[in-house]
Design a protein around this ligand. Structure first.
Ligand code: AMP
Length: 357
């Protein structure tokens, strides 16, 4: 089977790496000439609005999937008339807009931080009065990794924050004094079978994921699975989804969903029987899903902006290095390291040798 991927970054690269053992082939559509998935696939170097390239892609593949949620809606709609696109376009449309996403969570009984839609400075002032400060102003679309966000502590900041986000449609969201940031990776197949990975705990720096650890028998697992199941069933979902939560006491507040493989699931390559990448492909291809059981205790560190001493990393027992073939640049995700150990104690020990932990 040939699978088309919209976007040619590291997620597409890792999908291709997971797919070759299953006999899949890949065609990647990405406007960047140096797309890091290009060496693992046939690369159509064109824009997402290039209808000739979209037709060519559809004629070459059996299914299309995507690696990021900012793919234009028209691109997905156009393709979906020619070839099945998974996860379903409705999931993509929901996740692209923070307001729709949060409204859907609440409609499905999934808790969130308090939020209000903001379309003007006047709205922002009213929302700040209703929700209270501190709060976060987030653009509804095109915000990721902490981009398009302003933290507000005082009412005097409101007008400059509104100017800063360039008067884009936004939401104001209460700042959650969370105890932990958690995410669940789940998958649903074409036949409706669902699997859930054990929760992982995430640490962000400057809004970018820095470190994730897989958890065992976490008390919040059942609730997270219940929430994921509601979302997957409602969207008639096919593929892998990630839902990020804030934990506050015994509550899980959903922050966002990603209708794709996710950075907080990279540890599953070595740390679970079937990786998130393989399960996404299995789902998209209409195959049975694989076991999500843990193979050990895992911790994943993102390599952002610069690379560490590779020799030192590989000298750590149980360390697995994944480089994405990208030129170093500040803030750029260049690769990740996963430590997978057979005990929590060993993982903690090994972590002390990791760069930047
Ligand atoms: P986001 O772009 O929504 O994924 O936010 C990036 C990061 O900012 C999150 O992972 C949190 O660390 C932090 N953050 C976002 N929203 C909130 C919130 N409502 N309360 C507290 N921290 C938040």
């Amino acid at each position: 089977m040939k699978i088309g991927i919209l976007g040619g970054g590291q997620l597409a690269r890792m999908l291709a790496l997971a797919g070759y053992p299953l006999g899949f082939e890949f065609v990647v559509l990405c406007p960047a000439a140096d797309a890091c998935a290009a060496p693992m696939s046939e690369h159509l170097c064109a824009g997402f609005d290039d209808s000739e390239a979209l037709q060519l892609l559809a004629s070459r593949v059996d299914r299309v999937t995507y690696e990021f949620e900012s793919v234009p809606a028209e691109t997905v709609e156009y393709l979906n008339d020619l070839v099945p696109v998974y996860p379903p376009p409705q999931a993509l449309a929901t996740s692209r807009d923070r307001l729709h996403e949060k409204k859907l969570f609440n409609k499905l009984g999934i808790d969130t931080a308090p939020f209000m839609a903001v379309e003007s400075l006047d709205d922002l002032q009213q929302a700040a009065a209703r929700i209270g400060l501190p709060a976060i102003l987030k653009t509804r679309t095109l915000g990721y990794d902490g981009k398009g966000q302003q933290r507000l502590h005082e009412h005097s900041q409101l007008s400059s924050a509104w100017e800063e986000i360039d008067a884009a449609a936004a939401i104001l969201e209460g700042l959650v004094p969370f105890e932990r940031e958690l995410s669940i990776i789940a998958a649903r197949s074409l036949s409706g079978e669902m699997v859930f990975y054990p929760l992982c705990e995430n640490r962000h720096e400057a809004g970018i994921l820095h470190f994730s650890t897989s958890l065992q028998d976490d008390p919040m697992q059942e609730l997270a699975e219940d929430y994921a199941q509601r979302l997957l069933e409602h969207l008639d979902y096919v593929g892998v989804v990630a839902i990020e939560f804030f934990q506050l006491d015994d509550q899980l507040l959903a922050n966002e969903m990603a209708p794709r493989v996710h950075n907080s699931g990279h540890w599953t390559i070595e740390g679970a029987v079937t990786s998130q990448f393989e399960n996404h492909l299995r789902a998209v291809a209409g195959l049975p899903l694989g076991s999500t059981e843990l193979t050990g205790h895992s911790g994943m560190l993102n390599l952002i902006g610069e690379l560490p001493d590779i020799d030192a990393v590989l000298a750590i027992p149980g360390a697995h290095l994944h480089l994405y073939g990208k030129a170093p640049q500040p803030g750029r995700k260049l690769g990740h390291i996963t430590l997978c150990m057979n005990s929590e104690k060993k993982l903690k020990q090994a972590l002390t040798q990791m760069p930047g932990i």
